[in-house]
Design a protein around this ligand. Structure first.
Ligand SMILES: [Fe+2]
Length: 324
């Protein structure tokens, strides 16, 4: 992505301030921004398409800048936002950054400071762009995988959605939930390295075939570890088949030796597997699968995580029960 491709939106009720931003950007070789005079108009524009950078005033009629920041981030979490304001108190800056603003500058500002802030936003926008490209690659990889194993249809996305909700109840923060989300989405991606005949076999697996299937967490971890933004997810992926009692694989870890994210994935993965059709049996009703998770507490599953899953099941379960 090049600077001339950046889409920049400027929101300020003061036409002089809007023109000033426009002139500074033009003089420094940035693409022409789109100028709007209040938060509501800016939000409309954000709903219509993806922008890379939003420069917004804080004190505007109709919708204030802080409300705009919150709404804009909800609409497009990838947006980089610079807030300009006459009220440069620390508390104000902290509140805005917590709402999702990327940067904060006090008016009247120095042109160089403004450009520095724009450059930071550009760097972030470019990273976001790169990550979006990788996300597309990841999705393509999953489609390829799920087409190979007919019992995996939609499994990765469901496990991701349930894992993130369960992770929230387990107290993970936003960054950790993102790591968990990728881990849960990609936990089985290593099955791409396992022969289709084994994945789709209707009869009981031989010992050798079972060993072959058990390689998939390691293959998954190998696939994702070279990708920088997926690297934090590697441990959760590698250990998603460990068991609380130490009888799992690949390393036979037990209890809290198993990374928390892997313990979370283990619970929702098992639940989704039980409530989906498999080559050797049809789907179980939710209530039966939930019972099985409870019975596996302290044996296969982390008791605390299994309890949280039971406690918040109405919110966590993402799929209509398809079974009678
Ligand atoms: Fe797995």
């Amino acid at each position: 992505m090049n600077t001339e491709d950046l889409k920049i939106l400027v929101a300020d009720d003061d036409s002089g301030a809007r023109e000033l931003v426009s002139a500074i950007l033009a003089a420094d070789g940035w693409p022409d921004p789109v100028l709007v005079e209040d938060g509501e108009k800016a939000l409309e524009a954000i709903r219509e398409r993806h922008w890379d950078i939003l420069v917004t005033d804080l004190d505007m009629p109709r919708m204030r800048g802080d409300d705009l920041v919150r709404n804009a981030i909800e609409e497009d979490p990838d947006l980089s936002i610079i807030v300009t304001t006459g009220d440069g108190t620390v508390q104000n800056a902290v509140d805005l950054m917590q709402s999702g603003a990327t940067d904060f500058i006090t008016k009247p500002y120095d042109v160089d400071d403004f450009i520095t802030s724009m450059q930071r936003a550009r760097l972030r926008a470019m990273n976001v762009h790169e990550v979006r490209g990788m996300r597309d690659t990841v999705e393509a990889l999953l489609v390829a995988l799920e087409s190979k194993d007919r019992y995996l249809n939609g499994h990765s996305v469901r496990v991701r959605d349930m894992a993130v909700k369960l992770g929230e109840h387990a107290g993970l923060d936003r960054g950790q939930l993102r790591t968990l989300g990728y881990a849960a989405l990609l936990h089985d991606v290593g099955k791409i390295g396992i022969h289709e005949d084994i994945l789709n076999k209707n009869d009981k697996l031989t010992d050798d075939e079972y060993k072959e299937i058990q390689r998939h967490p390691e293959i998954s971890a190998e696939i994702i570890s070279p990708v920088p933004f997926l690297n934090p997810s590697v441990k959760a992926v590698l250990h998603h088949h460990e068991r609380w009692d130490g009888q799992g694989y690949p390393h036979g870890l037990s209890g809290e030796q198993i990374p928390l994210m892997a313990r979370i994935i283990a619970v929702v993965d098992a639940f989704d597997a039980m409530t989906s059709d498999r080559s050797y049996r049809s789907a179980m009703p939710h209530s039966v699968a939930m019972q099985a998770i409870q019975s596996g507490k302290g044996i296969q599953f982390d008791p605390r995580i299994a309890d949280l899953f039971e406690k918040h099941k109405d919110e966590i379960l993402v799929r209509e029960e398809l079974t009678p």
